[in-house]
Design a binder for this molecule. Structure first.
Ligand SMILES: Nc1nc2c(ncn2[C@@H]2O[C@H](COP(=O)(O)OP(=O)(O)OP(=O)(O)O)[C@@H](O)[C@H]2O)c(=O)[nH]1
Ligand SMILES: [Mg+2]
Length: 516
């Protein structure tokens, strides 16, 4: 067989995936294929479930198609005693394939309807749910497989269970995040490939029985729980076509013999029969599905660009990280407990002491009430039932603490703004400054210190100007930063200069004026 498996996406130790651009370019930028439309068949699913093994039969089919002049679909499976090679596969309990592999030799086929030559690529992927991969790793591989293939084979064992559908929903949604927004269905064909199907008396092996099963599993019925209904709607909305193939057991030698090398003589005739039906249903020239992105068919050259773009997406922080169900639920529980406890604090503080319609309160009282309601909010958080345990909750407790502190800061400012004297601080300070320098000017004139009198006069005029600007900013709401700077200046004067004598003189003058 020509060609070999090529690792185009490598799984690194730090749970990141890296594109092997050089190797990928060698396949996709080959002058014989780069401008041809591309068909990508990818197999994804849990680890140790025969994905690579199945792909090797797909390789045999394509190899026979391109090398046998009068291709006869009956004999492509090969002779009975040759070991199965191609994408690496093996028995055992530990994972084998990592990252994403492509077959180095692209197969060129002609679509009979249009006479167009297209390139068929086979993609093998890292199995999901092994003990070394995080949820993000599994979601990334599945999403990449989904994004880059035109036909996705979802390989599962024994039956289609609700958790298979839930994972499919999570992973396709993760894939959708990397795509541009569009109303069209984002993905093309999805085939559930159920291995070791045990109930042919209910649904027969093959695609007819498979279609019955998948239609049953994805059926939306009246009165169904909204969670189940939403899941089904989501899956249906993601794919142009959803099929299913029920595969018989390949025989005990395949499943349990450590020396089994893939030879056909060790595989049950029933399994071989179904390989001969399912693989041509995916890969015969009249069934090929060209890869489309946003409604346009793409070439090998364009596929290379999409590989780069999608990998970059999953390497950056633009896309939120998928989490395990427990962590996601625990996060949601804790966040809602934080929100409820904070709400409780705000409500109590506003209702009891410093809401919009309550008068100014002494800052000491505000502080004591803050301590009281903060304690009760934290107690409320601690007693609320949450998933994840105390250790997990610790950071959310800190978050609550921080948010309450911020809220308290805000309440202090809000309370301060209700203090009439505080609001009048700036005009009072400026006014006192004007009055003080007015008198100083008079006194300096009397003792003939003209330069000092002029200086006092100048300062008085500047203070009048500043006061006018302040009034303007407050009245019109324009140049607010300038207004704030004047407030800061007035506060600094207030704190550093004693205005009491000026106030006393001022009140004395007014009283004298009134008594006259
Ligand atoms: N029971 C059963 N075993 C199978 C079937 N097909 C292949 N196997 C066996 O499953 C084992 C794993 O095959 P692989 O093709 O390496 O599995 P994989 O899904 O690629 O595994 P990872 O690369 O680790 O994800 C091998 O021992 C195969 O003989 C099948 O249809 N049913
Ligand atoms: Mg494998």
């Amino acid at each position: 067989m020509k060609g070999q498996p090529v690792q185009v996406v490598e799984a690194k130790d730090d749970h990141l995936f890296e594109l092997n651009e050089e190797a990928l370019s060698e396949i996709l930028m080959n002058p014989n294929v780069r401008d041809k439309k591309v068909v990508v068949l990818s197999v994804a699913g849990a680890f140790r479930k025969g994905k690579s093994f199945f792909l090797d039969f797909c390789l045999r089919y394509l190899n026979a198609y391109v090398s046998i002049i009068s291709f006869n679909s009956a004999d492509w499976l090969g002779d009975e005693d040759s070991p199965l090679d191609g994408f690496p596969w093996r028995g055992g309990a530990e994972r084998d394939t990592t990252g994403i592999l492509l077959w180095s030799e692209p197969f060129t086929m002609t679509i009979p309807e249009t006479g167009e030559e297209v390139v068929v690529l086979l993609m093998d992927t890292q199995g999901a749910f092994d003990s070394l991969s995080t949820v993000k790793d599994c979601a990334t591989v599945f999403a990449l497989s989904q994004l880059l293939s035109s036909v996705q084979v979802f390989n599962i064992m024994l039956n289609i269970q609700e958790d298979d559908l839930q994972h499919l929903q999570l992973f396709t949604e993760y894939g959708r995040l990397a795509m541009e927004d569009s109303n069209a269905k984002p993905f093309q064909d999805l085939h559930f490939f159920v291995r070791d199907w045990q109930y042919p008396y209910e649904h027969d092996y093959g695609n007819v029985g498979g279609q019955e099963l998948i239609d049953k599993r994805l059926k939306i019925v009246e009165g169904q729980h909204s969670e189940l209904e939403q899941l089904r709607r989501h899956i249906r909305s993601c794919f142009h076509k959803i099929g299913c193939y029920l595969m018989p057991h390949p025989g005990l030698k395949v499943a349990t013999n450590p020396y089994f090398d893939g030879r056909l003589s060790d595989i049950t005739p029933e399994f071989k029969e179904h390989l001969k039906k399912f693989i041509p249903a995916l890969l015969s020239a009249d069934k090929l599905i060209v890869k489309e992105i946003n409604g346009s068919k793409i070439t090998c050259r364009e596929l290379l660009e999409y590989f780069k773009a999608y990998l970059k997406m999953y390497q950056g922080d633009e896309i939120p990280e998928p989490k395990s169900m427990l962590i996601a639920t625990a996060e949601a529980n804790n966040l809602s407990a934080v929100a409820n406890s904070k709400e409780h604090y705000i409500k109590e503080m506003e209702e009891v002491i410093c809401g919009g319609n309550r008068p100014y309160v002494n800052p000491e009282i505000l502080l004591s009430q803050h301590v009281r309601f903060k304690d009760s909010a934290i107690k409320m958080f601690d007693t609320c039932r949450k998933m994840g345990g105390t250790e997990f909750s610790a950071s959310y407790r800190q978050k609550l603490d921080k948010e309450i502190a911020e809220q308290y800061e805000y309440l202090i400012k809000h309370n301060e703004s209700k203090n009439v004297l505080a609001a009048a601080k700036t005009p009072a300070v400026l006014f006192c400054t004007i009055v003080a320098f007015y008198f100083l000017n008079g006194v300096m004139n009397i003792i003939h210190l003209t330069p000092l009198a002029n200086l006092s006069n100048l300062i008085m005029l500047i203070a009048i100007g500043v006061l006018s600007v302040w009034v303007y900013t407050r009245y019109t709401g324009e140049m607010r930063e300038l207004g704030e700077s004047i407030d800061d200046l007035a506060s600094a004067l207030w704190e550093n200069v004693s205005f009491t004598p000026f106030f006393l003189i001022f009140y004395h003058k007014i009283l004298r004026y009134l008594s006259v």
